[in-house]
Design a protein around this ligand. Structure first.
Ligand code: APR
Length: 240
């Protein structure tokens, strides 16, 4: 196996499940999933926002409030440690819109599906840090228009910074997917891209995902156990 210097890590809702944040396709602790409680078409599409902005804003206001009560878990902490100590290139590409990677201390994080704690003004196209509700249509701090929406990528919209992700992948020696179901593209296609590039691929997930067959290796279990063990192993063989 070629030596590993550059790593791209994809994280999905599974890494935050043990922090008590519902995943999309099965809830934290086996409870109902986020999408079982709400139809995707009602809350996570541009059409839904045009049809019923208040419902959509309320849904994201709830989520924004909820994540601020959650804490990073051992898996986020382990990745933050890897980020701090790994001498090669490293990029944590997350599908998650929570800020638990950052709160654990990770710096090299890219939010391909946006961030709950940002509001996007569609009038002046600026993003502002936002921790409060949006349902009452507060003015944009930049331009004053009442055109703020959650800065999350909805179904039918283009994920952010794909060029950077593909370019990190082209320079990578290892692609690792953690807590992602492999159900939503383009994130789900990254493993195939990695394979075509001849990069080693590893999956750490609670159960076999839709993309498991594409990985060189799959380890099954909770992220809070698998990720710290994997990080320990990587740092033991670390590049100088
Ligand atoms: N440890 C590891 N994996 C876990 C854990 C855990 N404790 N709990 C759940 N998982 C796994 C599940 O088995 C599942 O394969 O995490 C995965 C979570 O899958 P999804 O809920 O589909 O989340 P994700 O892959 O991030 O969803 C992708 O879908 O709805 C959109 O935009 C949304 O970013 C999201 C995207």
């Amino acid at each position: 196996m070629r030596s590993i210097r550059n790593i791209v890590i994809l994280t999905g809702a599974g890494i935050s499940a043990e922090s008590g944040i519902d995943t999309f396709r099965s809830g934290a602790d086996g409870g109902p999933s986020l999408w079982e409680q709400h139809r995707v078409e009602d809350v996570a599409t541009p059409e839904a926002f045009r049809r019923d902005p208040e419902l959509v804003q309320r849904f994201y206001d709830m989520r924004r409030a909820a994540i601020q009560t959650k804490q990073p878990n051992a898996a986020h902490n382990a990745l933050a440690r890897l980020d701090a100590e790994w001498g090669g290139e490293l990029l944590i590409v997350t599908q998650n819109v929570d800020d638990l990677h950052e709160r654990a201390g990770a710096r090299r994080v890219l939010h391909m599906h946006g961030e709950h704690l940002n509001a996007w003004c569609t009038a002046c196209d600026t993003r502002s840090r936002w921790t409060q509700p949006l349902v009452d249509r507060p003015p944009c701090p930049r331009c004053g228009e009442r055109s703020l929406r959650p800065d999350v990528v909805w179904f039918g919209e283009m994920p952010y910074r794909m060029d950077e992700i593909y370019s990190a992948l082209r320079a990578a020696d290892l692609f690792v997917s953690i807590g992602a179901s492999g159900a939503v593209y383009p994130a789900a296609g990254l493993v195939r891209e990695a394979r075509e590039l001849g990069i080693a691929t590893l999956e750490l997930n609670l159960e076999r995902s839709q993309g498991s067959a594409w990985f060189d290796e799959t380890q099954l279990g909770p992220a809070s156990e698998l990720v710290p063990a994997w990080v320990e192993q990587m740092l033991a063989r670390s590049v100088s």
